[in-house]
Structure formats: C-alpha cells, structure tokens
Ligand binder design. Structure first.
Ligand SMILES: *[C@@H]1O[C@H](CO)[C@@H](O)[C@H](O)[C@H]1NC(C)=O
Ligand SMILES: *[C@@H]1O[C@H](CO)[C@@H](O)[C@H](O)[C@H]1NC(C)=O
Ligand SMILES: *[C@@H]1O[C@H](CO)[C@@H](O)[C@H](O)[C@H]1NC(C)=O
Ligand SMILES: *[C@@H]1O[C@H](CO)[C@@H](O)[C@H](O)[C@H]1NC(C)=O
Ligand SMILES: *[C@@H]1O[C@H](CO)[C@@H](O)[C@H](O)[C@H]1NC(C)=O
Length: 884
C-alpha cells in the first residue's frame, strides 16, 4: 500500500513471430487522460518501471504472463490484468496523463478513429486505447448548457440520502436521466441488482467537471469503460457540497455491454460509492426497486438484503460449526457421565445441521454474496464444501437417530449394527467437522477484514487443540486413576430404599428384580448403584444384561458379557465417575471385619495345586474373617491388584475351606467320621486374618495372574464382595462348571460334606453339632448336582474330599450332592461317574429336569456362551440361571 503507484515508464515489448515492437510510454505531467486499457494477444512481454517512494528507487517488473505482472498487487493498486477469450486486458486508472501519440507512433493514429481500435501490422496483435479524452470533451461541451431537471417527470429519492435519480423516457427510444447528489464523491449506478456482470454508469467530479462513464463490470471487478460510449452528457452543475448531472441514453443502445431498458418495466438497480473523489473499491452498496416509467415520484427503499443473508449465514454458521458443533462433540465424546449427554449432543447438532441446511439452500438459491467480492477459487471451494456438507448433515442425522435407537435397544443382537453404524457416524462426523473448519476459513478468506480471518484461524486451532488435549486426557484416563468416594443421592426414592433393604436382607437378586421391576441396579463390590436412567454408551442391552449383578469382573475388564461374544472392556475413570454418581448405598457384611481397607497385604504362602494353579494365602493384620461361614456368603470374591489405583484388577473367589487351619480341621472331621480317631475335631481358630485365594496362571501377555505369580512384595486385596451363590435353603441346584469354575462352589461343597457327615452319622450327631453349628442353614431337602469338566484330573481342585462327599451321599442314599465328571484327556475318575461328550443340549435338558432348578454356570467364556445359548432354548426358568 505504501508504494507509490507512479509508473514512470512502460515498455511494451511484444513478442510475436520473432518480431519485437518496442514502445515507450511516458506517464507524467498533465492529468487529463484518466483511463487506459491495453489489450494484447496471447503472447506479450513488457516491463513496468515504477517509483518506489519507500526505497526511493526505480524498480522494474517484467510482465510476460498474468502471474508475473503483479496485477492488483499492492504495488499497482490501479492496475488490473485479466484474460478474456484469449485476449489479455491491461487496465490502468487514476494514472497521470498518457499521450496516446507516445504509445503508438503518430502515423498509426489514423487507424484508431473508429471505436478507438488500431490494428498493428501483425494480425494477432492489436492495441485498443480507450482514453477518456472523449468523455472529457463531452463534459466540457456540456459546461455551457444550464442544468435543469424540472422537465423530468420521475424523481426517486434513494433512501434518506440527499441523492435523487430523476428521469424522463421519450417516445423516440431514448431517456434523459439526472442524478442530484449532495456529496462530492464518486458514485456508481448499475442497471441490475448486483454489480456482477452489470452495465454501470460511474459519475465523478474532476476539476469542477462532472464526468459520466459508460462502463461494464466483469464479475465483481472494477467497472471498465465500454468500447463505445453511449452516454451523452447534457448538462451538469457543481457547487461546494455536491453535484448534479443530466445525461441521455437510448433505451437500447445496440452495445452488448449496455442493458436494454424498456419503458414501464420494473427493475432492481444498484448503487455504490465510497468517500473518494474518483472510483475505487466502494464502501456503501445497496440496491433498490424501480418502476422505469414516467411520472414515478417517491422514495426508494435501499436494501443490502443479500448482505443481511450473508451476515446471518456467516454469524450463524460460525456459531454452529465454530462453537456449538465442538461443544456437541465434546459432550458426546468426553462427557458421557452427564445424564442427558445424548440429548445435548443431539440438540447441538439439530441446531448445527438445520441451520446449515437452511442457510446453504438460502445462499444457493436466494444468493447472498456481499456484492463486492469476486468469484474465485476460495469462494468456489467454500460453495462446493457447503453443498456437500448440506447433504452430509442429512445422512449424519439419520445415522445419529439410528445410533440412538440401537443404543436404547435392549436386544444384544443389535450390538454389531450399533458398532458399525456408530463407527460410520463418528468417521463421517469427524470428516464433516474438519471440512466445516476448512470451510469456515475459506469463508473468511473472502472477507476484507483480515483480522477476522486471523481470529477465525486462531479460534479453530484453539478448538482443535482443546480436542487433542481432551483426547489425550481421555486416553490417560482409560483406566481408573483415582478413587472417588461415592456420593449418595439424597434423598433416596421409595424404590431405592426398598432395594437396599432387600439386598441387605439377602433376598436373591432374581426375586428382587421381580419385586422391583421398574428399577435397574448393579453392584460394584458392595456398593449399590441405580442405573435405571443410564444410557450405556455401548448400548442399553448391556444394562439389561447386568441388571441385578455384581459387575466388577465386567467393569474392570476381566470378562466380557457372557451371553455375548463381545471383548472384555476395561472401563475408564470417566465410566467410574459416571457410576459413582448413581451410588445409592452399600451392603454391610457382618461376617468379616476390615479395620483398614486401604492397606497392602502380604503373601505368606503359595501352595501349588497343579502346574498352573496355586493357592495363595494373603494376610493383613487389620483383617479378620469368620471361618464358620454363613451359606449366604458362599461364592463371594476378593479383588486383587498390584497397586492401589490404576493397573489391572482381577476377581478371585473366596475359598475359606482351603485355608490351612480349615484343611487340617476337615481332615480331622473325615478321620473322625471314618472312625480312624476318637478325638473330636477342633477348629483351631474361628477367625483368621488370611484370605486363601486359588489363582490360575494364564500365560497371555500382560495377564495379571502371571504377574501375581511373579510378584515380589505387597498386594492390594479387597473384599469379600458380591452376592455369592444366593443359596436358598430348600432349593434344588445344578452347576455346570469347567476347570477352575469349580472354585466358587468349594465352600458349599465343604459345607455339604459337613452336612452329609452330620446327617449320616446319627450316633455322633451330638458331637458333630459342636464343630458344625451351621448344620441347619440348608434344609435336608437341599440338592446340589455338579457337572464338572476338567482338562485332566490334576485340574480337579479338592478332589480327595469331594470324592468322599460323593461317596457318603451315594452310599447313604442322600440327595444332598450328586456329581458327574468329564476329563478332556479321556481318563475316567476312580470314584465319580463320567458323562460323555461336551455340555450338549441333550445332556443339559436331561439334567435340567423340571426346568425349575437353580442353574449355575461357571467356567471359560466359550463354555458359558454355549451353555447360555442352549439353556435359553429350553423351557428353563431363565431368572433362575446364574452365571458365576
Ligand atoms: C508514497 O506514496 C503513497 C501513495 O501515493 C503516499 O500516500 C505516501 O505518502 C508516499 N510516501 C512518501 C514517503 O512520500
Ligand atoms: C504503423 O503502421 C505502419 C503501416 O501502416 C506499420 O508498418 C507499423 O508497424 C505500425 N506501427 C505500429 C506500432 O503498429
Ligand atoms: C477533444 O477536443 C479537442 C479540442 O476541442 C480536440 O482536438 C480533440 O480531438 C477531441 N478529442 C476527442 C477524442 O474527441
Ligand atoms: C429524443 O427526444 C428528446 C426530447 O425530445 C431529445 O432530447 C433527444 O435528443 C432525442 N433523442 C434522439 C436519439 O433523437
Ligand atoms: C449544491 O448542490 C447540491 C446537489 O445538487 C444541492 O442539493 C445543494 O442544495 C447545493 N447547495 C447549494 C449551496 O447550492
């Protein structure tokens, strides 16, 4: 901008058929000629020499193609070049006087008489010099005519400006028009709604002379003078505050650059001006409706309606895609802990998408250019991206609705569809989001306010940084990092209070679910959570599946949902927070005592039970547990980690019957029962501060069990947790177990052993009662059938005493316990009868009996999956099926 645009010398060197024509144009002095237009054919080569008033030196610009000419560069803000139909137009304005004689040799002047065009000697090179001398001459001629407009019958005030357009249409096919303007700056009128490809007249005052130019604007560029000047200035007057001018034109001039006007037709004209005395980029721009007829008097409403749409589209879409979309995405992705996150996400995008759709359609079909911008690559790209976005939002919305439908579905069959469609939704959404960001920036490019462009880019980058930051934070939070003390909802609803009461009263989960069907709840350890209104991000079938269960094995990623083939999922800190918000209470367990649950435990002993299975005895001086267990606590579990928070957590079943003092005791009981000793057995300790856990070592990478086997030092053990086997004293049960799946039943089996001995040893019942005080917790009618499948005999934990349990029942015709066994290595058990093949439908049906037994399933995931499939096909009461 700061460069002077004094072009001192212009050499035109035209390369053509090996001939060079060299011309020298001197530009200085006499300000008379105002406008030069040079048209060159495809090949040209010239130099511009200009004075740079900052460096105080002459600089040369070589111009051999449009890119190199610096057209419209700050150096030459009054120099335009453009290409049209293979011709190159070079246009100078506001330059000092250039004498046409010095551009072309004098002898060739004769050739430019008609329409100011000369043919050079070579056929494919020609110059056209549109000097303004003729306009000036006409104005000077009109100086002598006194201005009057009282005979013009139409007069329109343009808005509230002191600007009047007056006219009279004559029967001979011409009209007189007068512009009365109480300002001295230039003003342009277009005989069309916008200046895009529009016939325009440009008025200005130069040295007290009013000039009226007959021009045409190509696109939105500065209007250029027509080949033929069809405006005849009639008269004008200039005073110190404004000017008025009257001119005459034919309705149809015959020039393709002039709009054909017809008497009585309605038009929308436009008007533009700036504060400058000669034409430059306009600041004000309006259009107005006009009935082009005689006798029209009044005031025209000026509007830049297109601009209003432009600004509405800019502001609304910036708010939409620049603010609301980010908010919606951030909520949808990172704040699933908020109850109504899905709705917030949806509402954000209903706003974004609806506004996009409406505005894209409006901009395309109503039009909303700012009236001063040139169509170019950026704008084209902006348009195309907008159209694609407008279509994509429709698709994206449909996908969103489908995702929501599947999320809310409680059918696990929809899981795959949910994952696929959600993936498409996320990928498409991300692409659209990025495209919209690019589009916003492209939209800003056309704005003269470069500050806005910079702010727009900064804002966009800032949001992208926030997104990246949140992504990092989320990945950092992909496991539980900090413990959160659960905050109880206040006050609890009637249902919630009842739920806690039933849980505390050890009612079986199935009956609680039956009794309180409206409420959905889960346990994490001993804490109870109400998840009735929770929308699970993985789909609500998950909630239906875990309703009424202790969920730590799913939550910490140890197991997948057994009834599906999903992968296990380790929940994040966010998920943990989400759950904690739904906390309603904790179940108190009276049978153990943990003074200081926040401490590390020591491993005091590790006994190998088989190649991969070991019994770990963990101890903690602050912990005490009663060896004489309540049957309701059978099957509870402990969680083990190697660090307090973060890291993997795995659940292992409590097997108190495998603790050292109890094993000794059991051996004594058996001996006593078999008459090998008369010394009544004695349980040395009622309470112990160790926890025996049987752990199987898995050898896949990063398996916690393998780490536990290797670990030196302390462990983090918590428990006992869960509702155990939920035994009922009269029930008939059957358990399908595989491998270590037998572990949750060991305490029960031990209890059944004691009970069998008690029931069958009538003469010693009195003594037995003393060491087996819980003999009446299960009724005599209690039945437990165990169908167990092991790799080999080695894997059968507790086989010695379980075989004894089997034999006592068998020989005494007791119904308490029955068992069938299968070893994969095809060996047969010495005592317990075998069943053949896998757990197939026939075998399962045969053992389900009246389909009203309590069914336990415990084992590897594929066994659980196939068994649940088989059992769901039978008439079995599904509420009595329990996956342990
Ligand atoms: C250089 O030229 C520009 C434009 O003509 C003018 O505004 C500016 O004052 C000049 N600068 C100097 C140092 O003469
Ligand atoms: C001027 O015209 C003469 C003959 O008419 C021609 O030889 C000469 O090249 C022309 N000069 C230019 C600059 O066109
Ligand atoms: C303009 O007027 C001058 C003097 O009246 C005359 O010599 C010249 O040819 C005119 N120019 C045009 C382009 O009509
Ligand atoms: C048409 O008539 C008007 C008024 O009588 C006159 O001023 C104008 O010059 C005429 N135009 C033509 C092209 O004859
Ligand atoms: C100057 O001219 C303008 C425009 O024609 C007119 O509105 C204004 O009244 C004039 N002022 C004087 C002092 O004549």
């Amino acid at each position: 901008m700061n460069f002077t645009i004094i072009v001192l010398l212009l050499w035109i060197i035209i390369n053509c058929s090996a001939q060079q024509i060299s011309q020298t144009v001197k530009m200085y002095g006499n300000e008379k000629l105002l406008n030069i237009q040079i048209i060159l054919s495809s090949q040209f080569d010239f130099q511009l020499t200009y004075y740079n008033n900052q460096t105080h030196s002459f600089e040369i610009l070589h111009c051999s193609n449009l890119d190199s000419c610096g057209c419209q560069s700050p150096k030459f803000s009054n120099f335009y070049c453009f290409e049209n139909n293979g011709e190159y137009y070079f246009h100078f304005s506001k330059l000092p006087y250039v004498n046409g004689d010095t551009i072309l040799k004098k002898e060739n002047k004769t050739q430019i008489q008609d329409n100011h065009e000369i043919e050079s000697h070579s056929s494919n090179v020609h110059f056209r010099i549109l000097d303004l001398e003729e306009y000036l001459n006409k104005s000077l001629a009109a100086q002598t005519v006194a201005y009057t407009d009282s005979d013009l019958s139409s007069s329109l005030q343009l808005g509230t400006y002191e600007l009047y357009m007056k006219w009279e249409i004559y029967t001979n096919g011409s009209f007189d028009m007068a512009i009365d303007y109480n300002q001295l700056n230039w003003i342009g009128f277009g005989f069309c709604p916008t200046m895009s490809d529009c016939d325009m007249i440009v008025l200005y005052v130069s040295q007290q002379t009013v000039i009226v130019l007959d021009t045409f604007s190509y696109g939105h560029s500065t209007p250029r003078t027509d080949k033929s000047n069809d405006i005849n200035i009639v008269s004008y007057a200039v005073n110190s505050t404004g000017y008025k001018v009257r001119f005459n034109r034919k309705l149809d001039t015959g020039d393709t650059s002039d709009q054909v006007l017809a008497k009585g037709d309605k038009y929308t004209f436009c008007v533009a001006w700036s504060g400058a005395d000669q034409m430059e980029m306009h600041s004000a721009w309006y259009n107005f409706d006009i009935t082009f007829d005689n006798g029209i008097v009044g005031q025209a409403t000026l509007s830049n309606g297109e601009s209003i749409l432009y600004y509405v589209h800019a502001v609304v879409l910036f708010i939409g895609w620049g603010i609301v979309a980010d908010f919606g995405i951030i909520i949808g992705r990172f704040f699933k802990s908020i109850n109504s996150y899905l709705w917030i996400h949806a509402i954000c995008f209903i706003f974004v998408d609806l506004s996009t759709l409406v505005l894209v359609v409006l901009m395309l079909f109503v039009g909303g250019s700012r009236g001063n911008t040139e169509e170019d690559g950026a704008l084209e790209a902006h348009k195309i991206i907008s159209i694609v976005l407008g279509l994509a939002v429709i698709v994206q919305h449909i996908l969103g609705v489908v995702v929501k439908h599947f999320l809310e579905s409680t059918e696990k069959e929809n899981r795959q569809a949910l994952f696929t469609i959600r993936m498409i939704h996320v990928v498409l959404g991300t692409v659209m989001y990025l495209a919209a960001k690019v589009d916003i920036i492209l939209g800003f490019v056309k704005n003269e306010e470069k500050l806005l462009l910079v702010l727009g880019i900064i804002w966009t980058l800032l949001l992208i940084l926030v997104r990246i930051g949140l992504e990092i934070y989320k990945s950092f939070n992909s496991s539980i990092r900090t413990k959160i003390a659960p905050q109880q909802q206040q006050p609890l609803s009637e249902q919630q209070t009842k739920l806690l009461k039933l849980l505390q009263g050890n009612h079986p989960s199935a009956s609680i679910i039956k009794e309180l069907p409206q409420i959905k709840w889960v346990l994490l350890n001993q804490d109870v959570y109400d998840v009735t209104d929770y929308q699970h991000p993985g789909g609500n079938f998950i909630i239906s599946n875990v309703n009424g269960q202790e969920i730590s094995r799913y939550f910490y990623g140890a197991f997948q949902l057994e009834s599906t083939t999903m992968e296990p999922y380790t929940h994040s800190q966010f998920a943990y927070q989400t759950l904690q918000k739904r906390y309603i209470g904790t179940i108190q367990n009276v049978n153990y005592n943990n003074q200081n649950p926040g401490s590390f435990w020591d491993l005091i002993e590790k006994v190998d039970l088989s190649k991969n299975i070991s019994l770990f005895n963990f101890t903690n001086p602050n912990f005490q547990i009663n060896l004489r267990q309540n049957v309701l606590d059978f099957g509870q579990h402990f969680s083990v980690t190697l660090q307090e928070v973060g890291g993997k957590i795995r659940m292992y079943t409590k097997v108190l019957c495998m603790s050292n003092p109890y094993q000794t005791f059991r051996e004594q009981v058996i001996k006593y029962n078999e008459g090998k000793t008369t010394q009544p057995p004695l349980l040395q300790f009622d309470k112990i501060n160790t926890v025996p856990l049987i752990i199987k070592k898995y050898n896949f990478p990063k398996a916690l069990s393998a780490q536990i086997f290797e670990h030196q030092g302390n462990f983090w053990v918590q428990g006992p947790f869960g509702r155990g086997l939920e035994l009922e004293s009269k029930s008939k049960c059957i358990a399908f177990v595989g491998g270590t799946g037998i572990l949750p039943f060991l305490d029960l089996l031990d209890h059944l052993l004691m009970k069998s001995i008690y029931l069958t040893n009538k003469q010693k019942q009195q003594q037995i009662q003393q060491f087996f005080p819980q003999y009446d917790q299960l009724e005599e009618s209690f039945e437990f059938t165990l169908l167990a499948s092991f790799q080999s005999e080695e894997e059968f934990i507790g086989k010695d005493w379980i075989r004894k349990l089997y034999l006592i029942n068998k020989t005494n015709d007791l119904k308490l316990f029955n068992m069938q066994i299968r070893y994969s290595d095809s060996t047969l058990d010495t005592v317990i009868p075998a069943f053949r093949g896998r757990f197939n439908e026939e075998l399962v049906r045969q053992h389900l009996g009246d389909y009203n037994k309590k069914v336990y399933i415990c084992g590897p995931p594929n066994m659980i999956y196939s068994l649940t499939q088989i059992i769901s096909k039978t008439e079995q009461d599904q509420t009595k099926v329990m996956i342990v």
